[in-house]
Design a protein around this ligand. Structure first.
Ligand code: SF4
Length: 214
């Protein structure tokens, strides 16, 4: 008679060992990449990080690594993977997505139901300058009031590439949408996150917007 529990036990043990092996290889590749400043097998490492996202997140926080560590590595890997594809997209087909929390608390921008907040360039925060920078290059900018607005903007603007700013959680959520839609993107982490008056390095945004084919 077939021992169902025995077979089940073997399968579970096999899956467990496979996961441990994948994780072990991914950790070695991440460490080696960090040491040599070169990225090795990014798609494989990203696959493992996505596959084991939740347990890895808990594990890294338990061992004292900073919150969002896995999200940041995933974001860096995605940026690396998409670099070439993004570099080929003309400026007019790129859009910049900014979170509304970057605005000043007394921002006079008005919310448009299709386009998000429309910056008045009042000079109280850095958004006005980056909007002008993008206008000169025909890149559309959207200041979005929340993650769910991203899909709306994509439908409205039909971009071929997206440069997005957000906290690690927002960037991860957005990257999954972009992966699904097969749109190359570049995520830029907020330097200081939160709900109001967050901070970002605007030079990093400009650099990302200007990525061009070598
Ligand atoms: S520069 Fe634009 S986004 Fe920033 S506070 Fe002024 S109107 Fe609002």
């Amino acid at each position: 008679m077939i021992n169902v529990f025995g077979i089940l036990g073997v399968i579970i043990t096999f899956i467990f060992l496979l996961i441990v092996l994948l994780l072990f290889i991914a950790i070695i590749l991440i460490s080696y990449s960090a040491k040599t400043k070169k990225v090795f097998f990014p798609r494989f490492v990203l696959f493992v990080l996505d596959l084991l996202y939740h347990p890895l997140k808990i594990l890294t926080e338990k061992v004292g690594l900073r919150k969002g560590y896995i999200d940041m590595i995933s974001n860096d890997l995605r940026n690396f993977i998409h670099y070439k594809e993004l570099s080929k997209i003309p400026f007019e087909d790129r859009i910049l997505l900014l979170p509304q929390c970057l605005r000043k608390i007394d921002c006079p921008a008005i919310l448009d139901s299709a386009k998000g907040f429309e910056c008045k360039k009042c000079g109280k925060c850095g958004i006005g300058d980056i909007v002008s920078f993008c206008e000169e290059r025909n890149i559309k900018v959207f200041i979005v009031p929340g993650g769910s607005f991203v899909k709306k903007v994509i439908k409205f603007a039909r971009p071929k590439a997206i440069i997005g700013v957000g906290c690690h959680v927002e960037l991860r959520e957005a990257s999954l949408v972009l992966d699904y839609l097969k749109i190359p993107g570049r995520g830029i982490n907020l330097e200081i996150d939160g709900c109001i008056e967050t901070k970002v390095n605007y030079e990093k945004i400009k650099k990302a917007l200007l990525i061009l084919e070598d």
